[in-house]
Design a protein around this ligand. Structure first.
Ligand SMILES: [Zn+2]
Length: 145
């Protein structure tokens, strides 16, 4: 994976947070790198009932589908008051969504010693016991490696 493209994806995510949320409150966003080099970003609206809110990844995820492009990498960042940016690994539901794009999708996770530092991992590393492994005729063999 081209490190410059991964860096550009992270930069796009940071820039969206800065542009969309000029206040100093808690906010986040996500960005995804697509196979054609497109970088899509998104951020989730808040709702009166938090039960109906969605992940920041939803907008770029659906955008990739609209453009019929595979997702190569995904990052989600959360900015705390004061500006510190935390790396949020994809939630379980987003891991399931990204699984459609294969075990090689790179996802940004927080370094265990410093949650502001990105560690890129393959989806099959963060979803090691993917349920589709039970259907070996239907799943990419890389899921089992
Ligand atoms: Zn999610």
């Amino acid at each position: 994976m081209d490190q410059d493209l991964l860096d550009a994806t992270v930069r796009a995510c940071r820039e969206l947070i800065a542009r969309r949320y000029p206040d100093d409150d808690h906010h986040g966003a996500a960005a995804m790198l697509l196979a054609d080099g497109t970088i899509l970003t998104g951020t989730a609206p808040t709702a009166i009932n938090p039960a109906v809110e969605v992940c920041h990844e939803i907008e770029p995820y659906c955008g990739a589908h609209r453009l019929d492009q595979p997702i190569l990498a995904s990052v989600c960042l959360h900015r705390e008051p004061g500006g510190r940016l935390l790396v949020l690994a994809p939630c379980g539901v987003c891991r399931e969504r990204l699984a459609v794009h294969g075990p090689g999708v790179l996802v940004a996770v927080a370094h265990r010693a410093d949650p502001t530092v990105i560690v890129w991992k393959r989806l099959n590393e963060v979803l090691p016991d993917y349920w589709m492994i039970a259907f070996p005729d239907e799943v990419d063999p890389a899921w089992r490696s």
